[in-house]
Design a protein around this ligand. Structure first.
Ligand code: SAM
Length: 246
């Protein structure tokens, strides 16, 4: 997967060379390039923002600089252009479903906002040109810029690419994953007792059927307590008899 990121702080993405993301780049699974938006400016101050039309505090990112940058990085053919993603706190929430869908894309381009955000006509213009433009919030809070939000989305997307994880099974049974997305059951490792706290006996029983049932019940219970909204969205037809009792 090819990934381009545009930011006024491209150094933020140096961390992409670390850990699994770095290994995925070494293996040739990912090619990540962070660009500096200021490279597309022409004035001595390399300014990328201007005052908000209609008044108000702060500054807004100008469409002209973004357009020069995006025209170049997107290329002339909308059908061949990358999926263009703008992190935005006032957009729909980014979910595991979006991460799964985007993990199949060949090329993604992230545009990191700063200040009061970017001029609303930027996504509107590229959408009207046939580019697949997405705006996503990563949560109900406001960050200083789109860099952290981009890193969050990128990690959620790229770990789903085949070959990214050392053990591909680790992404099959996870929270939010699959058609019946629940929070995962709690995890334990050895020793069986630590500081007076015991691992549930059933997990030590060696009976895989019982262990699976225990974990499934725990996942259902935890999800209904912590995230009842996920339970409401469950497809009831996919629940078995024992699920219904839980
Ligand atoms: N004035 C905007 C508002 O109130 O909705 C906040 C702008 S924020 C300070 C600057 C940039 O940070 C945004 O353009 C966006 O790129 C990024 N950002 C901040 N919070 C975010 C969130 N929760 N999800 C995704 N991006 C976010």
């Amino acid at each position: 997967m090819k990934i381009d990121i545009v930011s006024v702080f491209p150094e933020y993405f140096d961390v992409m060379n670390l850990s699994l993301m770095g290994k995925a780049q070494d293996k040739g699974l990912l090619r990540i390039t962070a660009h500096n938006l200021r490279d597309w400016t022409h004035d001595v101050h390399h300014s990328v923002d201007d005052t908000p039309v209609g008044g108000g505090a702060g500054m807004v990112m100008k469409p002209s600089v973004w357009a020069e940058c995006l025209d170049e990085l997107l290329g002339p053919e909308p059908a061949d252009s990358p999926v263009l993603i703008f992190p935005n706190p006032s957009a729909p929430l980014f979910t595991q479903r979006d991460a799964t869908e985007l993990s199949h894309a060949e090329h993604l381009l992230f545009g990191c906002g700063r200040y009061e955000g970017y001029d609303a006509r930027i996504p509107e213009y590229y959408r009207s040109r046939g580019v697949d433009v997405r705006e996503y919030s990563i949560g109900d809070y406001v960050l200083n810029g789109g860099e952290v939000a981009t890193s969050v989305m990128l990690e959620a997307i790229t770990r789903l690419i085949p070959g990214f994880m050392g053990n591909s099974d680790s992404i099959v049974e996870e929270s939010y994953t699959g058609s019946n997305a629940l929070l995962e059951h709690r995890q334990y490792t050895k020793p069986a007792e630590w500081r007076g706290l015991k691992v549930p006996d059933i997990l030590l029983s060696g009976d895989h059927g019982k262990v699976d049932r225990y974990r499934r019940d725990e996942a259902l219970e935890r999800t209904s307590q912590i995230r009842p909204d996920l339970i409401e969205r469950l497809d009831c037809k996919s629940l078995d008899k024992a699920d219904r009792k839980t």
